[in-house]
Design a protein. Structure first.
Length: 259
């Protein structure tokens, strides 16, 4: 399979860019699947049900979220009913949403998508190692293509999970910090890895937010709303190629400047 995984979609600039370019990218890059972390689509925090539907209609096969998952309350119903979006698998069992899902592509193949939340400098969550072991046992032989989104602050969290899952999943790709890292590689067991694939949004910013507003609050402690920035919009992610056994054969960083 050939999969493009796009990092955190930030606000209207990132959301609009994905809507406009999803289908053209599928054709240009000859993709079997397009996966998006839609964590920050709704004005920089959360995802609405309408945005979810429009992303699917635009050509997105599956979506992950993160620590802002329930910022838009209406998304809970979508998380319960849709087969294209997941909650972090190490959230409590009663939290709305599925811990994993398998998506069939238009070409007839299938892949599983899983999300995990890190624990360093993040909200308290269950153990991601126990959670992923449980999920992989549940997936079993239903599909060999498995993509794991690790939504975490610390590179140590992401690297440890990546090494732990080497040879057990197709790819472990990091999100949340919005800054693409230069460590895309394939581990010895055949798992593609990158600490953070970056964001889809405005790069003339502080991780997607207006520079002046963030700087003002940081310098003075005066509270103000952090508006989503608008300039230097890019789509960032990773392209992973895998064989029939679900082992990654290549990974390359993806970055496309939109405006």
């Amino acid at each position: 399979m050939r999969i493009l995984f796009l990092g955190d979609v930030v606000g209207k600039p990132g959301y609009t860019a994905v809507l406009q370019h999803a289908e053209p990218l599928r054709k240009e890059l000859r993709l079997d699947a397009l996966i998006v972390n839609a964590e920050n689509a709704a004005d920089g925090s959360g995802l609405t049900s309408r945005q979810y539907r429009r992303l699917v209609d635009a050509g997105v096969d599956a979506m992950t979220l993160g620590d802002h998952i329930y910022r838009e309350k209406e998304i809970a119903k979508t998380l319960e009913t849709s087969k294209r979006i997941v909650k972090p698998a190490n959230f409590p069992p009663d939290a709305p949403g599925k811990c994993w899902t398998i998506v069939k592509t238009s070409g007839g193949s299938s892949f599983a998508i899983v999300s995990l939340l890190g624990r360093v400098f993040m909200r308290p969550v269950d153990c991601p190692f126990i959670a992923i072991d449980r999920v992989l046992e549940e997936i079993g032989d239903k599909t060999k293509q498995i993509v794991v989104d690790v939504h975490a602050e610390a590179t140590s969290d992401k690297q440890t999970l990546g090494r732990y899952l080497d040879g057990r999943v197709t790819a472990v790709l990091g999100t949340h910090t919005h800054v693409p890292t230069a460590d895309a590689c394939i581990f010895p067991g055949g798992t593609a890895f990158q600490c953070d694939v970056g964001m889809c949004g405005p790069y003339a910013s502080i991780i997607g937010r207006d520079i002046k507003r963030v700087t003002q609050t940081t310098r003075t402690f005066e509270p103000c709303h952090f508006y989503v920035a608008t300039d230097d919009v890019r789509l960032c992610g990773a392209i992973v190629q895998s064989d029939a056994n679900g082992r990654a054969t290549s990974i390359q960083r993806f970055e496309r400047r939109i405006q």
